[in-house]
Design a protein around this ligand. Structure first.
Ligand code: CTP
Length: 129
């Protein structure tokens, strides 16, 4: 049983999120997703998500490619999360290329191309007009 892990905010869930989850799952037999807490997102991106962490957990956990979810409350705890969930592969979008290479001693690190022309930020801006 090969376990894949990925992390993200997954706010205003869009097709780019769906595709990275589908592609991540294809690297193994089980996909675990760390969903950023509202507070962590505020620290990373300077704003609170549109959807609360419980709403985002509920949405991500209902995706058919996802087997388990948990709340990621600190960027400093990546190594603990990888160990706790027995990750064999860490998959991240190419916007993170190189950033997680330090964990290559505990699992395989894969960066996949982002889906072009969509992001939570762009969706919010489009709705704002
Ligand atoms: N992602 C992707 N393709 C996109 C958007 C996101 O593959 N078009 C991936 C990211 O690379 C990341 C995961 O989805 O691995 C979660 O990204 P997240 O930051 O939650 O979404 P964004 O749309 O990038 O959000 P924002 O605009 O707030 O930065």
């Amino acid at each position: 049983m090969k376990t894949v892990i990925t992390f993200g905010t997954f706010d205003v869930f869009h097709v780019g999120h769906l595709r990275i989850l589908q592609r991540a799952r294809a690297f193994g037999d089980r996909l675990v997703v760390g969903v950023s807490t509202d507070q962590l997102n505020y620290e990373k991106k300077g704003r609170f998500p549109v959807y609360t962490q419980n709403e985002r957990l509920e949405i991500v956990s209902s995706i058919k490619w996802v087997d388990a979810v948990f709340l990621e409350d600190s960027l400093e705890k990546k190594r603990e999360y990888l160990a706790a969930y027995g990750a064999d592969v860490l998959v991240m979008g190419s916007d993170w290329a190189g950033i997680f290479d330090m964990f290559s001693d505990s699992c395989n690190i894969v960066y996949v191309d982002r889906t072009p022309s969509i992001s939570t930020t762009e969706v919010i801006e489009k709705i704002r007009g």
